[in-house]
Design a protein around this ligand. Structure first.
Ligand code: SF4
Ligand code: SF4
Length: 371
């Protein structure tokens, strides 16, 4: 294919130029076995659509990985053919020419890709149904995003929901009139997910996080392309990445166990009394770390806000204070949600911590005294 300047297809060169990708971390070094297993020869197409969200998951993806994200995608055998954020609405006119072909018009290009089928579909952002069922709170070109999603989903060999908005509705769900849902879940409920709403039935893997971690996404894509069955938890997340709580391996866990809790920031002890939701958040952040494996929330001094959980953000506010037993979603209280989030499994101090987060702690701790 000609890589001329009028060509809007996402070639390696055009993608790098559009995105300004900065490569800088340890993706391949840290995950060589998983990537090597996937290299074995897929040349699947990647279609990336963006619904209601801030674009942070795309930004996170672009900032992660050594080599850069496009090289990583190439190594796992995935060809990025379409990305909403970089290509949306391009090609009405190009260099004075009418845009009558897929080389010049991104929407024609997308239509051709969807007609061809057998692509990996990454969805970023939630899928609003509002106002009043029109879906017009999130438009993609001249089309409600929910319509684009229902056109794109059936032909996908696998759908990967990137980030908490796409997985569960996330922050987008907070604006009630938008009636936004994740791909397969709306909060903790499958019945409220976009697929169930619109009668779509596909394999979906949720890779939550606000934003999602670039390595989580790349590893899941590598697994999908290698044909391996990805074991998922009850909320559709890969168990290998989201099977243990942040609290389990937190660098401040020793302080928690000793009862050394900080009541002001910058103290260096456990952040539980400052609102940390690490006992409720299932993700490998402490061992994987972020930003080139340099740090993560609790290591950097910020409480975990449980950004990977289906009930985020509602159930975990206030972020920088202890949760209270208050009603959410009309008839569901935070302690109920906490139980749903943690499911039936009590891991380590999990249930104990859930109870504390939900109903408050002893008077001694309320006064800032150590146990
Ligand atoms: S409560 Fe938060 S800061 Fe404290 S040990 Fe657990 S995860 Fe770390
Ligand atoms: S530590 Fe908690 S808030 Fe921070 S990225 Fe991980 S799950 Fe999200």
């Amino acid at each position: 294919m000609d890589e001329g300047k009028n060509d809007l297809r996402l070639t390696r060169r055009s993608f790098l130029a559009a995105a300004g990708v900065v490569g800088a971390a340890l993706f391949l070094k840290a995950n060589a076995p998983a990537v090597a297993a996937a290299i074995a020869g897929s040349d699947k197409k990647l279609v990336w659509l963006r619904g209601s969200g801030c674009g942070g998951c795309t930004a996170s993806m672009l900032n992660g990985g050594d080599p850069d994200v496009l090289s990583a995608l190439e190594k796992v055998g995935l060809e990025p053919e379409y990305h909403d954020e970089f290509m949306l609405q391009q090609g009405v006119f190009v260099d004075g020419s009418l845009s009558g072909s897929s080389d010049h018009n991104s929407r024609i290009r997308l239509s051709e890709l969807l007609a061809g089928g057998d692509y990996v579909l990454v969805v970023e952002g939630a899928i609003p149904d509002g106002p009043e069922g029109s879906g017009r709170y999130c438009m993609s070109g001249a089309m409600p995003f929910k319509q684009l999603f229902t056109e794109a989903a059936p032909g996908a060999s696998c759908i990967v929901a990137a980030g908490t908005c796409a997985s569960y509705g996330g922050v987008s769900r907070l604006f009630r009139a938008a009636d936004a849902a994740g791909v397969a879940f709306g909060g903790t409920s499958r019945l409220k997910g976009a697929m169930s709403r619109y009668g779509v039935d596909n394999k979906v893997i949720n890779v939550p996080g606000c934003p999602t971690h670039p390595e989580w996404l790349l590893l899941v894509l590598a697994d999908v392309l290698s044909g391996r069955d990805v074991a998922l938890d009850m909320y559709g997340r890969p168990v290998a990445l989201f099977g243990a709580t942040v609290h389990d391996s937190c660098p401040r866990r020793g302080a928690y166990d000793r009862g050394d809790r900080d009541n002001e920031f910058s103290g260096g002890n456990c952040l539980y009394s400052l609102g940390c939701k690490g006992p409720l958040a299932y993700a490998d952040c402490p061992t994987r770390r972020w930003n080139g494996a340099s740090s993560m929330c609790t290591r950097a001094g910020g409480p975990c806000v449980a950004c990977v959980e289906p009930a985020f953000p509602d159930a975990f506010m206030p972020f920088f204070g202890k949760s209270e037993s208050k009603e959410l979603f009309a008839d569901l209280a935070v302690d109920d949600i906490a139980k749903v989030v943690i499911g039936a499994s009590a891991i380590g101090a999990g249930i104990h911590a859930v109870k504390r987060l939900a109903i408050g702690e002893s008077g001694r701790e309320e006064k800032g005294e150590k146990k």
